[in-house]
Design a protein around this ligand. Sequence first.
Ligand code: DLL
Length: 436
Amino acid sequence: MIWNRERECMPRTQLRELQLAGLKWTVDRAYERVPFYRAKMDAIGLRPQHIKTLADVKNLPFMTKQDFRENYPFQNFAVPKEKLVRIHASSGTTGKPTVVGYTAKDLEMWTELMARIVCQAGVTPEDTAQIAFSYGLFTGAFGLHYGLEKLGCAVVPIGGGNTEKQLMLMEDFGTTVLISTPSYALYLAERAEELGIDIQKRLRLRVGLFGSEPWTEEMRGQIQDRLHILATDNYGMSELIGPGVAGDCEAMAGMHIAEDHFLAETINSETGEVLPLGEEGELVFTSLDKEALPVIRYRTKDISVIDYTPCSCGRTHARMRKIFGRADDMLIIRGINVFPSQIESVLLSTAGVGPHYQINVWRRNYLDELEVLVEFTDDSMLDNYKKLDALTAHLKERLHNVLGINVKLRLVEPHTIERTTVGKAKRVFDHRNDPE
Ligand code: DLL
């Protein structure tokens, strides 16, 4: 079902007109009301009236997460504080969080957008949706919550963690839709299996909306097989709005970007140059109708490709491919670029090892060393060194073929790698700059 046909199936010429009007409105307001934007534009002699076509967006300066931090908490806002009705924040690993605010109109827009995202993932008003994201400053739980309510389905706001209770309520309430990180979905499947819950017989789950952290197609396959659901992807970031920037539709061939609210570009991460349509690069977004916090050319660091070809579902908005990784997650090992997603793809497509893994990078004797820990799935392997050795060699070879470097591979017993039950999974540990 299409939530808002007029917006989602808008002819692209009309969409571009809407985008241009939104871009002009945003740049104008940002320049007039936010000293940060005015200073950046003044520095290069750019005035709002210089923005005449959509292509002119490339002349505007970029912004990064750092710009949010430096203007902590409210200096980037284009409305007085009294106009805000909600404040969220994303906690970085270091320093001040990035703070984002919404007016009543912004919240209405976000809710409408989230209803669209859940609808295109196949959720209907008859569904019961369990939200296993943490409620709080994180945008994930509230964003999906209001969208699901707007669509008209029953929302179970259980929040993050509490896995056994999650499973109990899922069974007792007949939950049909799961909202969580992909890693938590896998953990739920694992706990259900450990507790002897026959997922197919006792649970009624049919669709999952997963996002907020990177996950590969291989991980999608495992979640679908183990939870017996359709595992859909949805993407967003708090700086722009939260979840709602893009989501899968029934065609499952890339996530439709909400282009009526956000202008998307892909750039070369190193040079900042705008890439031709259809080339892989870093996603950059500009908000088109946000009141409280206009966002101009926000560099997400997320790597993807935008596909402008028509989708079989009838929606006209472009689609982005699953996120390949973040530019700042890329590891450089002895000069070779390695994305954690490449390692995940190999591990999850190899029989005999589980989806739980950890990546460590060390520097020993001035040389970088990449270590991958992964659990084997079959307990009987413990007594069978020959089998263990063969599996290790096989994985090392596959990783070498994909990455072009040697990897130290350690098979570990099932359930030894720590699971993330609340928040985003952390799988990569770079020890190269640890104090001695
Ligand atoms: O994670 C918003 C969100 C919540 C999206 C719930 C989807 C579902 P932040 O905490 O600000 O916001 O983190 C944003 O998370 O730049 C990506 O690197 C990553 N990310 C978000 N969704 C996906 C996804 C929320 N579907 C950052 N696939 C983004 C891969 C994702 N990475």
